[in-house]
Design a protein. Structure first.
Length: 106
């Protein structure tokens, strides 16, 4: 929840500059990001700049084009990877209950 609040505060800081309410900036960021995660294009670089606290124009249309073409998330590919990755590799990625190392570290 702290991360979401911090991202929203970033949107609020840039609301005046963008001429939109923080709620609309944040909503656009969420919708654009979720759309990308299900295979569509990220479309609002200004909202993403604002929420991530980046300098205005960092995620230009050209950058979004690269993001959309090179970093495409495919749910079927993700699902396939999840089903086929060896358990040993998954356990190496799992967080430790102590917050240090991996869950299966000895």
């Amino acid at each position: 929840m702290k991360v979401i609040r911090a991202l929203y505060r970033n949107a609020a800081r840039r609301a005046g500059e963008l001429g939109e309410p923080a709620e609309e900036i944040f909503r656009s960021f969420v919708v654009s990001t979720l759309a990308h995660l299900v295979g569509d294009d990220c479309y609002n670089g200004e909202a993403m700049d604002a929420v991530f606290g980046l300098e205005s124009g960092t995620l230009s249309p050209d950058v979004l084009c690269v993001l959309n073409s090179k970093l495409r998330v495919s749910i079927p590919t993700f699902d396939d990877a999840y089903r086929t990755v060896p358990v040993e590799e998954i356990s190496l990625m799992a967080p430790s209950p102590h917050g240090v190392g991996t869950a299966c570290a000895t």
